[in-house]
Ligand binder design. Structure first.
Ligand code: AKB
Length: 312
């Protein structure tokens, strides 16, 4: 049975990943940590600032963790506004988590992102191994992070594994400070106001994935036979690629009067324009059986149904 420590457990992914892992491995075997306090009483929780290397090490050691899932990070739009903070938090937190994993012999997961690609990367069917020259601080952090994780695997034998997540969509926790956040917000506004003003321009394609598929991908990759992994940090994964007009059309199948407007934010539009239109996930499929259950319409139906009960 695994003993897992999660950082950033109250964030967009962490808040659902914690519950999923507790369901599989037992609540007592999953230690949730975050910089903010939590009133979650479903399992062990500790306050942790990931830039505090000693506390991170001590918490993992005292818990007897054999797996580290490092989720704490600033997302792309915030990182662009506060590049120095992003460097210190994203890279400082990562090296501390890798060091704790090296010292305590933990298996290691951290998410990379489609943000690890840049304008010179092939835009369509972006290959697993390709040019990575991102033009954002977030992207710089993600590329450096992928390399650092590979370095810890090659140099120290730490079992590091990661995926390049696309935009993640969920009805549980809202993302904050990302470029792909519009694809979450649009569902809330569709139900609350019947209209949405998008800060991403029509025609701008980005990869996306529904959260249940993202969580399953993490579990499947961490359980995968290491002998089958030619890559490690980090696998392209995606479930769909769409532009704002397509998600609006999908919503109109349930809310026919839904109105889409545009007030493009130049900062986030520039980030989106530097990312691929669609990435190729064939290495993940081949090496550890990556698969998804939700396409755009299946996700829209589930999001609207679940959000409707949540917002009542
Ligand atoms: C963001 O928009 O910053 C994230 C990501 C794609 O990494 N959702």
């Amino acid at each position: 049975m695994k003993r897992i420590m999660i950082t950033g457990a109250l964030g967009q992914i962490g808040s659902e990943l914690t519950g999923k892992l507790r369901g599989i491995y037992g609540a007592e075997n999953v230690l949730a940590t975050d910089i903010r306090p939590s009133n979650d009483t479903n399992g062990p929780f500790e306050i942790l600032d990931v830039t505090d290397a000693q506390k991170m090490h001590d918490l993992a050691k005292d818990f007897g963790a054999d797996t580290m899932m490092h989720m704490a990070a600033l997302l792309s739009a915030t990182a662009e506004e506060k590049p120095l903070l992003a460097w210190n938090l994203n890279m400082g937190g990562l090296i501390n988590a890798l060091e704790a994993s090296r010292e305590l012999g933990m298996q290691f997961f951290t998410p990379s992102s489609i943000g690890a690609f840049g304008p010179s990367t092939p835009k369509m069917d972006t290959p697993q191994d390709t040019l990575q020259r991102p033009t954002t601080m977030y992207g710089v952090n993600k590329v450096a992070g992928e390399l650092l994780c590979d370095y810890y695997y090659q140099k120290f034998g730490v079992d590091t594994r990661g995926v390049r997540f696309p935009g993640l969509i969920s009805y549980v926790a809202q993302p904050g400070g990302g470029t792909t956040d519009y694809a979450v917000d649009i569902y809330y506004k569709a139900l609350e106001q019947g209209s949405y003003t998008s800060y991403i321009d029509k025609g701008t394609y980005m990869d996306m994935m529904y959260m249940p598929d993202a969580l399953q991908a993490i579990v499947d990759l961490m359980e995968a036979d290491p002998a089958k992994l030619e890559h490690r940090n980090a696998f392209n994964v995606t479930a769909m690629s769409f532009e704002p007009e397509q998600i609006a059309a999908s919503i109109r199948k349930h809310i026919p009067d839904f109105q889409m407007k545009y007030d493009v934010d130049p900062a986030r539009q520039a980030i989106a324009a530097s990312w691929p239109d669609s990435i190729d996930a064939s290495a993940a499929k081949k090496e550890w059986g990556f698969k998804t259950a939700y396409d755009l319409d299946a996700m829209t139906a589930d999001m609207l149904e679940k959000l409707k009960s949540k917002l009542q």
